[in-house]
Design a binder for this molecule. Structure first.
Ligand code: FAD
Length: 637
């Protein structure tokens, strides 16, 4: 037996990162380069691979620990794997790792003429498996098979059909639209809209119009949400028909590099009929999405739900625990609290809504303090038990300084600790497509997998798991495929070259951000000029009785870049922007456009925004950066 210690390698700027997943356990035989744990910082998540092959003896880290370069991960019996080499147990070089999500924009990146890869899917290079051979007859064939009909899948299918391809979509559920339309973006926003109106109406009493206490008919409310979903998914089915896209209902899995076998499903869930169909394809796009992560120690109990269960809106609990302080949990918490639930939230990291600047999140938190009984930060959930009174949950401090509250009992526990990709569930290996240990599929900027005629898009290729990212990737993949099949060089050269992907928390107030954040600028030592416009100076926000918001724009102020005479010493172009306030999500697109166009503070400030609007705050934030805003007090000289 040659016992060796495996340490965290050099992971670049990632220090003190949190272990969010253990991918191996004692007794597991692992290969060199196999992923051992997943860690997450405020910027990205990444898998840490093993430097050696062997059998895992003892794990030295646990869920929620923080690790840095050199932290001991586990002991490995490397017998038979080259004990001499093992003795060195050298950390892996930094360049063998890539974060899953690199949304940080540097000024160098922005000024570069080449595309910047903002979306880096898999952390660990994966060896492509040998494809299986399949020579049975197919039931149907097509130019393009799309596996999964979420925003990625249906957008890819429709774009490809519009470009003249014969397209088949395989989807296991009865409706098109995937997570987003059926159990994600759309139903959550339907309920959030109702919650926002209820909150607004109750606020009216302060302004002299009192409608009294609301009476909620939960069945009717659920019916409204279902109607919204039905309208959109029905619309998709009609559009598929108009485009002659063939929808095959069933569970698809690869059986070879050019064939998918579909096990037919029926009903509203995924009941299998036993019938099978084989579809032959020239090209395929994998758009099989992701699913909610379930903590292994949570009991099987109807009072423990994921976001899909929460959206089912069976009843309103008195006490609700949100596990995980991310956007999805906080959005659902907003709905339930407006309907009457008291909220607790537990988060391992030191703040809610990670990724957004703290100054903005603090404004949201202050406005929402009344919804929460307890906000437990740097705290982890370590156990849960189903009791007649409710779900009894126990906590522990996630790190020094974290809280360790007494166990609490809840009527509803929402698990919102993240989503994991479905890459392991589609027999991708039979097609020769490499999948990481976590289930992500590596792609290049044309969305191509390790198999040249098979592409992947959406949640399955990496963070950020957002519908608008999936749709853009979908169009790229469809265009590349159509271009290659039809000899159209322009289409075939399509690539995912968006500089930034906006994020929005549709809470009340909304929090929206895009590009570089101020916290990232500080952490990365990027010098920026900030234009901050407080909505307390916005006529529209005051008229609306909602002037708590701010709009913040960040412009390049780095000393190295050639000055163009505009704002700052650097090139002065906008690097990022963020807003907290009502309708922030509807306005952040303008900031994204400004970044894509390389606008500077003058470009944005001199663009005439209509008055009085909340969008005006973007122009004014640019003027603040430029020093020409007359709606805020003069700058002290
Ligand atoms: P999915 O939407 O996951 O679709 C994948 C499809 O593939 C599914 O229909 C699935 O049934 C099907 N499938 C999988 N495997 C197979 C198989 N083997 N055979 C056949 N079919 C298969 N994003 C936003 O941008 N904005 C938001 O406001 C937002 N809100 C959200 C709220 C919630 C509660 C949740 C859970 C998510 C939210 N998201 C939001 C994220 C968004 O829903 C996803 O990023 C998006 O749906 C990903 O699209 P996709 O096409 O990659 O996959």
């Amino acid at each position: 037996m040659a016992l060796i210690d495996i340490y965290v390698p050099d992971i670049g700027d990632f220090a003190e990162v949190t272990v969010i997943e253990l991918l191996v356990k004692p007794g597991d035989s692992i290969a060199a380069d196999q992923s051992l744990i997943t860690v997450e910082s405020d910027k990205a998540s990444m898998e840490i691979p093993s430097s050696h092959a062997g059998v895992v003896q003892e794990l030295k880290v646990k869920f929620g620990d923080t690790v840095s370069k050199g932290s001991l991960l586990l002991t490995l019996d490397a017998a038979g794997q080259g004990a001499a080499a093992a003795a060195a147990a050298a950390p892996m070089p930094a360049d063998s790792l890539m974060p899953n999500q690199l949304l940080a924009l540097t000024d160098q990146a922005l000024s570069a003429t080449k595309i910047e890869a903002k979306v880096m899917p898999a952390a660990v290079p994966v060896v492509a498996p040998a494809a299986a051979s399949f020579d049975a007859t197919a039931d149907m064939d097509c130019d393009l098979l799309v596996l999964g009909a979420g925003p990625g899948g249906y957008s890819a299918a429709f774009r490809a059909a519009d470009l003249g391809l014969k397209v088949v979509i395989v989807e296991r559920y009865a409706t098109l639209g995937g997570v987003c339309l059926n159990v994600g973006c759309i139903p959550s926003k339907a309920l959030l809209h109702v919650a926002a109106v209820m909150d607004e109406v109750s606020h009216m009493a302060d302004l002299g119009v009192d409608y009294g206490a609301p009476v909620v008919n939960i069945d009717k409310l659920r019916g409204h949400k279902e109607k919204v979903i039905g309208k959109l998914t029905g619309g998709l089915a009609a559009m598929a028909k108009m485009r002659k896209v063939i929808v095959v209902r069933g569970y698809g899995a690869f059986v070879g590099p050019n064939h998918v076998e579909v096990e037919e499903t029926t009903g509203t869930a995924q009941e299998k009929t036993g019938n099978k169909k084989v579809v032959a394809f020239k090209n395929a796009i994998i758009a099989a999405g992701s699913q909610a992560v379930r903590l292994p120690f949570m009991p099987e109990d109807p009072r423990v739900v994921d976001s899909t269960g929460a959206l089912a809106l069976k009843e309103v609990p008195k006490r609700m625990l949100i596990l995980g302080g991310g956007i999805i949990g906080l959005e659902m918490g907003t709905v339930y609290s407006t309907l009457g639930a008291r909220l607790d939230v537990v988060e391992m990291l030191d703040g809610l809504m990670q990724g957004a600047d703290r100054d903005l999140v603090n404004i949201w938190q202050k406005m929402n303090a009344k919804r929460f009984d307890n906000i437990m930060l740097k705290t982890k959930t370590v156990g849960a038990e189903a009791t007649p009174e409710g779900i009894k949950v126990t906590f522990a401090a996630a790190e020094e300084g974290g809280t360790c509250p007494e166990p609490q009992t809840y009527d509803l526990v929402l698990q919102a600790v993240g989503r994991s990709p479905n890459g392991k569930k589609i027999a991708a290996d039979k097609a020769g497509v490499a999948v990481t240990d976590r289930g992500f599929i590596n792609v290049d900027i044309q969305m191509r997998t390790t198999v040249p005629h098979i592409f992947a898009i959406g949640d399955i290729v990496g963070q950020p798991m957002l519908a608008h990212k999936a749709v853009h990737e979908a169009h790229v993949a469809a265009e590349v495929i159509a271009g290659e099949l039809q000899g159209n060089k322009e289409l075939a050269a399509a690539a995912f070259n968006a500089r930034v992907i906006p994020s929005v928390a549709y809470t009340d107030p909304e929090v929206a951000w895009v590009g570089l954040t101020e916290d990232q600028a500080k952490a990365q030592g990027i010098k920026v000029k900030k234009g901050l416009f407080p909505w307390a100076a916005s006529g529209r926000a005051i008229a609306n009785g909602r002037d708590e918001g701010v709009t913040k724009l960040l412009f390049d102020d780095s000393p190295h870049a050639g000055s163009d005479g505009h704002a700052g010493r650097g090139h002065g172009k906008i690097l990022g922007g963020a807003m907290v306030g009502t309708h922030a999500g509807d306005m952040i697109g303008e900031v994204a456009l400004a970044i894509e166009m390389g606008a500077d503070a003058l470009d944005i400030g001199k663009t005439i925004h209509p008055h009085p609007t909340l969008g005006e705050s973007i122009g004014m934030a640019a003027e603040v950066a430029h020093g020409s805003c007359t709606d805020v007090p003069p700058v002290r000289k």
